[in-house]
Design a protein around this ligand. Structure first.
Ligand SMILES: [Ca+2]
Ligand SMILES: [Ca+2]
Ligand SMILES: [Ca+2]
Ligand SMILES: [Ca+2]
Length: 426
């Protein structure tokens, strides 16, 4: 990933320097401005100056909770950021990719995923231990109360690849993605590696007590594997459910090659650390080289980026606000180039509707040129979260990795909307 960043930096510097020779730019133009390729849509910046925003959840039509990576849960009420956090979690450890990472709300409880230092386990001394934890809370209208520990998960040895997004599915079960934290066990497809250890997985659990959902794919696999829905995942910053089929799709990150979007059927093995991207692009590896937990299956991604860009969130727009062309379509974002991607699924909703695209019908973006075929917007700095709002519009949290996680809450709305500020239209 650092290579990508460095290259982008050089290109950007060269472009800016060259521009200054030809045309003097205003100081504002040195910084990328978010823009969309489709004039029927417009961008509205709702709130600027956010601090490392990682995830958001809508409580109702007027209230949004979002997370600051360092440990604050903040409330936006009627479009106004409230000055005091609704919850400050002192014990959040936010080194590298750890922190307060995921939030979900199911109309009953609020669920948070965070890295906790000095985590206590009942009856066990864990002084100084760092763990990833999922808690549920009650929302009383102004604060989060009654924390209940649902999941106690590893956070070591890697301080990167923690995963952290979580969501309640259409089946009312709680889904949680956990990264591989640089482990090399059976869940990372090392056949002789340590047994399942809650890393590199999507968990599917009962939201009341964190126990395995009764019809999980590996219920026969014992206490640990019983909670898994999928494994072989290097890291993920987002997943969503197709509103038409109820099926889970995730976004996954490669090291320097192959970010992925996957259709995650129950028992999915994504292939890491043997495979990233389509298996045919990984020399000498076959499905028989992977760890096959009974009930599992390997599948290629439905789309990949040949060069890793840190693709983060994926969101089905379950709304008709942007017209039928975007309804139930797939948005994705990345953290390094701040691009917003858009895909229409195929008619069967089993993959991307790119069969007739001469460059992308292999379902791999092999170059920047090919990427333009699925690029809807640019200049978002970095994207950490995408969600459909109760108003049917698309909400985006931006996150500038080069600038201490400085971010904004943006909203994409139809250009015809009365909310569009005419002065910001071109
Ligand atoms: Ca994969
Ligand atoms: Ca959605
Ligand atoms: Ca291609
Ligand atoms: Ca999301």
């Amino acid at each position: 990933m650092s290579d990508v960043l460095w290259n982008l930096g050089v290109t950007f510097f060269a472009a800016v320097a060259f521009s200054f020779i030809l045309i003097p730019l205003s100081p504002y133009m040195v910084f990328a401005q978010a823009q969309l390729n489709d004039p029927s849509l417009a961008i509205q910046t709702m709130i600027d100056g956010l601090v490392s925003p990682t995830s958001l959840a809508f409580l109702d039509d007027n209230n949004i909770l979002f997370l600051e990576k360092e440990g604050n849960v903040r409330l936006i009420s009627n479009g106004v950021l409230q000055s005091e956090p609704v919850l400050q979690i002192e014990q959040v450890e936010s080194n590298n990719e750890r922190g307060l990472l995921g939030i979900a709300y199911d109309g009953n409880r609020v669920y948070l995923f965070f890295t906790e230092s000095g985590a206590q386990v009942e009856g066990v001394s864990t002084e100084g231990e760092v763990r990833n934890r999922v808690y549920s809370y009650a929302w009383d209208g102004s604060s989060l109360t009654d924390p209940q520990l649902l999941l106690d998960l590893p956070s070591t040895p890697g301080t990167n690849h923690q995963g952290g997004k979580l969501k309640v599915g259409p089946d009312n079960q709680l889904y949680v993605v956990v990264g591989e934290m640089q482990r090399e066990g059976q869940l990372q497809n090392f056949i002789n590696g340590p047994p399942p250890d809650d890393t590199g997985v999507i968990l599917r659990v009962n939201p009341i007590d964190g126990s395995a959902s009764i019809d999980n794919p590996f219920v026969e696999g014992g206490e640990e594997a019983g909670r898994y829905y999928a494994y072989g995942i290097r890291n993920s910053y987002g997943f969503d459910f197709d509103p038409m089929t109820g099926k889970l799709w995730d976004a996954e990150n490669g090291e320097d090659v192959f970010d992925e979007i996957n259709l995650v059927e129950p028992g999915f093995n994504s292939g890491w650390k043997s495979v990233m991207g389509p298996i045919g692009s990984n020399t000498g590896v076959t499905e028989s080289d992977l760890v096959n937990i009974p009930g599992s299956h390997y599948a290629d991604p439905v789309f990949s980026w040949a060069e890793s860009r840190g693709v983060t969130d994926i969101e089905f727009l379950n709304s008709s606000a942007f017209g039928s062309i975007y309804e139930n379509g797939i948005f994705a974002g990345d953290i390094t180039s701040g691009i917003l991607y858009y895909f229409q699924p195929n008619a069967e909703r089993t993959g991307m509707g790119l069969e007739n695209d001469p460059l992308l019908n292999d379902m791999v973006a092999d170059s920047d040129d090919e990427l333009s075929g699925v690029t809807l917007g640019t200049g978002f700095t970095g994207i950490s979260e995408i969600e459909t709002g109760p108003d049917g519009n698309l909400y985006i949290l931006t996150y500038d990795r080069e600038n201490e996680g400085q971010g904004s809450l943006m909203k994409i709305i139809p250009s015809s909307s009365s909310e569009v500020d005419s002065s910001s239209q071109e």
